[in-house]
Write a protein that binds this ligand. Sequence first.
Ligand code: ADP
Length: 302
Amino acid sequence: MNELLKKIANQLTQYLQTKMEYRAHRPLSGGDINQVFLLKTTERGRFFVKINKASRLDMFLAEHAALEEIRESNTLQTPEPILAGVVGNHAFLVMEFIDMGAGTPRSEEALGHGLARMHQITKPVGSTAPATFGWYRNNTIGSTRQINQQEQSWGIFWREHRIGPQLRWAAERGASSTLLQKGEQLLTEIEPLLETGSPIPSLLHGDLWSGNWSTAKSGEPVIYDPALYYGDREADLAMTELFGGFSSRFYSAYSEIWLLEDGYNWRKNLYNLYHILNHFNLFGGDYGRQAERIVDTILPGS
Ligand code: ADP
């Protein structure tokens, strides 16, 4: 790793056109998908570096673009992306290193307020095109491909680019025929089910579980590792509930800026089904049965 981190530091030096040299590095814990490091340099201080195999360069380019888009929204803090590239067999993403501290009630509140403001952004800052669901590029959710083809209809987007592909991949992974049959039936119902709300495109984090935000030493909340696209804000909120870890302070603060709509409490099942199917496709196991139970909740009697 020493040589690799030194080469990354060299590329960074060229990119930043600055006088700086590799000083040291330290592996960090917490990376689910990538190896993550603290890179120390002379003159320019510390950087946060993610490393994966060279074939994952596009994943890092998408993350670079997503971090930039969140920063441009001027709503929540997220690390400044600096450089994505390839060194030998490895792809890397270098970003600003942020010192994290302990979460506080204030930082949870600030996260709720900031997320609601981020959700009020309906298209890239400066864009003159009409707002649409999706994004201009695909990215990944976990390590799975996430298709962001832009659509005018949220129901069509959720059916064609979220639940539909995950069900096809689940079939390839050997999901039970009951899950697949129920899933097929659900696909025909997605549009009317989602029309019960009034979705507009919101700038979403896309993978907002408790492991993807922290509190900086400054006290500000920081979000990272996005699976960004423009979609119904309920999809982000549903995910915060899926694995828990967000307190009532967060939800109250969010509602102070933007109240939730009637029907969220059952629509959230349709949003979280996407992540559970993705977990089945990534990890297998009991997630298949969990997905079936969710479909039963959405379509009782299926
Ligand atoms: P992965 O893409 O492998 O899931 P994450 O983006 O979730 O990696 O980062 C792993 C951990 O590193 C996070 O849980 C967080 O604690 C920490 N982290 C992420 N980004 C930064 C950063 N810019 N500066 C400091 N620590 C960070």
